[in-house]
Write a protein that binds this ligand. Sequence first.
Ligand SMILES: Cc1cc2nc3c(=O)[nH]c(=O)nc-3n(C[C@H](O)[C@H](O)[C@H](O)COP(=O)(O)OP(=O)(O)OC[C@H]3O[C@@H](n4cnc5c(N)ncnc54)[C@H](O)[C@@H]3O)c2cc1C
Length: 474
Amino acid sequence: MKTLHTDVAIIGTGTAGMNAYRAAKAAGKRALVIESGVYGTTCARVGCMPSKLLIAAGEAAHAIGEAPGFGVYVDGPTRIEGKEVMHRVRTERDRFVGFILDAVESYPEEDKLRGFARFVSDTVLEVDDHTRVEAKAVVIATGSAPVIIDKFKAAGDRLIVNDDVFDWQDLPRRVVVFGPGVIGIELGQALSRLGVEVRVFGLGSLLSGLTDPPVRDSALKIFQSEFYLDTDAKVHDIRRVGDEVEVTFEDLEGQTRTERFDYLLAATGRKPNVGGLGLENTSAKLDERGVPEFDRTTMQIGKTPIFIAGDANNTVPLLHEASDEGRIAGQNAANFPKVEPGLRRAPIAVVFCDPQVMVVGAGYSKLEEGSFVTGEVDFGDQGRSRVMRKNRGLLHVYADKRTGRFLGAEMIGPTAEHMAHLLAWSLQQNLTVAQMLDMPFYHPVVEEGLRTALRGAQAALDAARPADAAQAAA
Ligand SMILES: Cc1cc2nc3c(=O)[nH]c(=O)nc-3n(C[C@H](O)[C@H](O)[C@H](O)COP(=O)(O)OP(=O)(O)OC[C@H]3O[C@@H](n4cnc5c(N)ncnc54)[C@H](O)[C@@H]3O)c2cc1C
């Protein structure tokens, strides 16, 4: 076994790992990235980018179906060529992956090592059985993997995860999706729009990361008007029959049905890749899921020379967070033991279903009951949304009763990805609802709907204040 010495060893060459590498090098230190899988990142290969490519194809098909609503007709039935759809998904995906591969290619050879890294101690790693790495600090950036529930295994080779979808040569006929979270809803709706018969099953009413009941109910109704979705599904049996997977379940009317599908897509969450890392050989304190306890401003694990970034730390599994965390971890690992807090931005999450879903701030479920007011807009009658025939959905904005400060929002509705940015920027700047209402709103735009919601929140704040003042006086 050969031994390598470095300042910063980075386990994983995904988005977090690559950002950690750049930061460590920028700090003038030696850095080594260790990769056990393929280069190219989860985002580009099997995550953000290919999923959005499939969604874009679904939207194109859907737009044709919507055109008659404007008096525009495309004669004859819509034809979807599955092979062409998947060819575009794969080739555009490969193009995105190509840019990442170019970046990794540009790293000096001595900065790259292939193999599975395992801790021997806080600063010593063994990579497969060929290399021992001695580092001054280590960044864990190992990402996450889909959770596979035991009962899905009965589907045998018909059981798939998101990775498999993007390698399809053609579209299947029927797919059962388990997990209406972000990934399940995005892929389930896109496949449904591309003519695949889809059933989506969930548990505990969870839906697309929404926690505000009326917003979640609005989302449920919208999705159910388009494809089969049961967020409290009773599934009795899953088995592989011939070339298919057979699922026995109770439908929304309470009838027991048995149906066959080409694939069972497991989208029931992801777990951090920390198993097998040998963390028990380090001084890291682990939580009940085996994830090290760390400081989210410095990414440091306890007082150790180990840092953890991206999906691996099981906190906010989103691309921009993985980039930020990787950069902070890389900088602090390079400067260890001098460790400083890095910039953490206002929470923002977008689901690219249609209508889109967004959550800004910690989310409704994390707000303290009685401490906030809610402003609302239903997009049913919102002017611009109606013009575009996109008038579906609900936005709730939350504001602190005492200070009037904007706290966050949950929404399903048109252009939610843009609305989310306006709101996250406002949140990060600590704006009050009154200050947000002082900003310009053009006409006619979907943001006028946001203004309606903000006005509602302001009215609720004004109404709450005299009561608070009276309470304080008493
Ligand atoms: C279908 C899907 C859609 C998504 N859509 C979005 C979206 O629209 N917007 C968004 O913000 N986020 C999205 N995400 C999430 C986003 O892709 C992830 O948050 C991000 O890619 C995580 O980056 P990472 O660097 O933590 O992990 P990764 O990119 O997975 O990198 C981890 C690397 O570590 C390697 N590794 C693991 N263990 C070891 C070891 N012991 N030794 C050596 N190497 C190891 C792995 O091989 C891998 O290359 C999506 C994810 C999925 C799956």
